[in-house]
Design a protein around this ligand. Structure first.
Ligand code: PLP
Length: 430
């Protein structure tokens, strides 16, 4: 059955839309942190639909909110008032800490970043943008242009002039041997050089993921973006924080990834987890920046009533259950054991990330040559043991662990047990 489905999939879908596993699985249902495939096999979901199933699968509160809204009215358009949409915007505006915050809803992270670039370039009257090496921001022409990862940037066509600066991917940085403060200082100097040597100075914005998602959870030292921000401020350059993966408490220590850096961004973009799997994204910016866009603009499906109902229910759970705390505690629990495992296995270069956003970079023992085949072995081995994890990184050699924020200690232990067993298996095979 699955073989036939795979054949049909391959015949009709683009080949660049890759499936996981040598024998791909069809997930047909889920509950909490578990999913079930078409053959009835259960898995612990430690990738949450790519960091999108934020409070778990088939959570009654979210299901009921969706059912209730869909049964009443599924779409009205942005032409009419809607209380739940205004309520959600009010909540996100208040949580953002951006003064005089306005929220524009989109259907995806790509569209949110596109919109943020429109606002920043209109406000600054400049098409020049700074982005980070090893970044990922989406799949439109503009967002591919600011994506610093060849595997995900199929075209450089865009109206933007983009310069890339050093960011948080320390393992392969020329500054990797430096201590935190010196590493940050070197990157700040690079930022200054890039502005002075590759732009005309009147750059619109710098966009950054506080922890790079697709890039393999590359994490800069705390305060890094605060130090970068001082240089940006000298030039009046706006700072856009792409919180598509890092928002809503996933990093444990903070509600937004930017909060590790002692600054408030000019713009925030969000998507993925906000509606627990229903399509919703958006931009938060202060009024004067948002309103620099002078022509009309709508997103037909942006802020769709069903997605908004799911988002309000999801946010209720994130806040009432204090899932940020769970991300911090369970993340630390998993991290401690993964660090210990990494010390035993020379094919693990490092464990990094924060909260429930943990990555393991796999290399050829003795150096840092990327080992994507080892990452595949981990992915497949974890799956055989009933645990789904993700992959990422510039070379596809990074395992990503990002379960729903509701994961329990027992489930987290199960996931790490499986990963430890896979590591032992790889070590034994030599
Ligand atoms: C940091 C970041 N920004 C933007 C996007 C694009 O979001 P979407 O796939 O919803 O368009 C992603 C998707 O993985 C992402 O990780």
């Amino acid at each position: 059955m699955t073989d036939d489905l795979l054949r049909r999939h391959r015949a009709v879908l683009p080949e660049w839309q890759a499936l996981y596993f040598e024998h791909p699985i069809e997930i047909v249902s889920g509950a909490g942190c578990e999913v079930v495939d078409a053959a009835g096999r259960r898995y612990l979901d430690c990738f949450g639909g790519i960091l999108t199933t934020m409070v778990g699968h088939a959570v009654p509160e979210v299901v009921e909110a969706v059912r209730e809204q869909a049964g009443r009215i599924a779409h009205t358009s942005t032409l009419y008032l809607r209380e739940p949409l205004v309520h959600l915007a009010e909540r996100i505006a208040a949580l953002s800490a951006i003064p005089d915050a306005r929220v524009f809803f989109t259907t995806s992270g790509t569209e949110a970043n596109d919109a943020a670039l429109l606002m920043a370039t209109a406000y600054r009257r400049s098409n020049q943008v700074l982005a980070l090496r090893n970044s990922y921001h989406g799949r439109s022409f503009t967002t591919m242009a600011i994506t610093g990862n060849r595997s995900w940037s199929a075209s450089s066509l865009s109206g933007l002039a983009v310069s890339f600066v050093h960011g948080g991917y320390r393992l392969r940085s020329p500054f990797r041997s430096l201590a935190d403060a010196d590493y940050t200082a070197a990157c700040v100097q690079d930022l200054r050089d890039v502005i002075d040597m590759t732009t005309s100075g009147d750059v619109a914005c710098m966009i950054a993921e506080p922890i790079q998602g697709v890039g393999g959870f590359a994490t800069p030292p705390d305060g890094f973006f605060g130090a970068m921000r001082k240089v940006l401020d000298e030039y009046g350059i706006l700072f856009v924080s792409d919180e598509v993966q890092t928002g809503w408490g996933r990093t444990g220590d903070h509600f937004w990834g930017y909060q590790a850096h002692g600054i408030v961004p000019d713009l925030i973009t969000f998507a993925k987890g906000v509606a627990n799997g229903l399509p919703l994204g958006g931009v938060v910016a202060r009024g004067e920046v948002m309103h620099a866009v002078h022509a009309n603009s709508i997103s037909t499906f942006g802020g769709n009533p069903v997605s908004v109902a799911a988002a309000n229910a999801t946010l209720d759970l994130v806040l009432s259950l204090d899932l940020q705390r769970n991300a911090r505690e369970i993340g630390a629990r998993m991290r401690a054991r993964l660090d210990a495992a990494a010390a035993r296995h020379p094919f693990v270069a490092e464990v990094r990330g924060r909260g429930l956003m943990l990555a393991i970079e796999l290399v050829a023992p003795g150096g840092i040559e990327p080992a994507p085949s080892t990452a595949n072995e981990v992915l497949e081995g974890a799956r055989r043991r009933g645990v789904l994890v993700g992959k990422g990184g510039l070379y596809g050699n990074v395992i990503r662990i990002a379960p729903p924020l509701t994961i329990t200690a027992a489930e987290a232990d199960r996931a790490v047990d499986a990963l430890e067993a896979v590591f032992e298996e790889i070590a034994a095979a030599g």
